[in-house]
Design a protein around this ligand. Sequence first.
Ligand SMILES: [Zn+2]
Length: 432
Amino acid sequence: MGLLCNQRKKSSFFFLFFKPPQIFVLLGVLLSIHFHSTFGLKVLQLNKTKSSFKIAIFADLHFGENSWSNWGPKQDVNSVKSMSSILHHENPDFVVYLGDVVTANNIPIANASLYWDQATSPTRDRGIPWASVFGNHDDAHFVWPKEWFSKQGIPPLRCSPSNSTLIGDGNCSFMGTTRLDLMNYELGNGTLSFSQHGPKNLWPSVSNYVLQISSSENPESPVAFMYFLDSGGGSYPEVISSAQAQWLKGISNEINPDFRVPEIFFWHIPSKAYQKAAPWLFFVPQPCVGSINKERVCTQESEAGIMKVLQDRPSVQAVFVGHDHGNDWCCPYKKLWLCYARHTGYGGYGNWARGARILEIADQPFTLKSWIRMEDGFVHSHILLSSRPVSSSSIFLVLVLVLVLFFGIKSFYPASAHLISKAKAFISPTAL
Ligand SMILES: [Zn+2]
């Protein structure tokens, strides 16, 4: 597991057991645990023994569905099993919760943090640090199910009885737990979360922040930057705003002005560029890599400049999104990779087998490998994302060139020669 830098540990009684030289070693460890980068970013470090850093991406868990029936809670139990199996097989250093952690529009209680807590429990229980971004379901308003108002339907839960002294005076609005409330709960519930509130001027878009991955030897030496962005939805439009794009431009220029450090991005809803990059077919042909392409890309409502900022940064390696449960591909777009994660949870639509995209970052030279680990342990879709992608148009041109060279020499040229001699005969029959 990567070294934590915001983990708080009590150390006073250590002095009773250790002599000065040992104390300095221990102090060094403790200081590095609290380390923040020069720019105040929270720092994670490459695993010392493996010299790498492994991330599991959990996408679209959708906890809290249909709590009034057996079906919903059963899905949540299955989602915990799915995450536990992936954590068991991969033993990652870090987990990214890629949005739609809960289905708030299906949760008839005032505080959805209860379900958020369940969703993060497999990671927290193993002592693995994590970070999260919001999806379009996380803070949505409760939508009353139609069947509750059918002939035989007596709503099993009409109003929250909490804080209600008068009959019929309960809280029936269930306006969803706000992004800030969910984030405050996550951050207040232990020190393993690396999530942040993001700059206030971007609110209600909350999960906007950067984490630094540093070398195993030197916490001040960045190996990669991980950017997390809130792609909206739920209580406000599904968009990465121009204000977010400007914020990203500013902070990335500040911390990585010469593009020396590779950068990767996480948000929930695909940007419009995903539509352009998507495979044309129902399977996933080269140069894309993946196992399912079962859905059309469902994008953010508009594009307000985020992709332009990314395209202008040669340090950007890849973007990872969730949202479309039936897709798990990575495809090239310009000079970077656009990737889906893999539907991890049993909540939400679709019955495609559950899994998680795994990332592995190594240093000297920098490499970013990825694959998909299924719940049953099967592994597929290996890809090297630190290699510059070859676009499909380039592949098409190479293919045409190969065909021309091969068939041109063998058949095209003799055919042409034959036609030319025929033409000569037509113009001047005596010449033959
Ligand atoms: Zn979803």
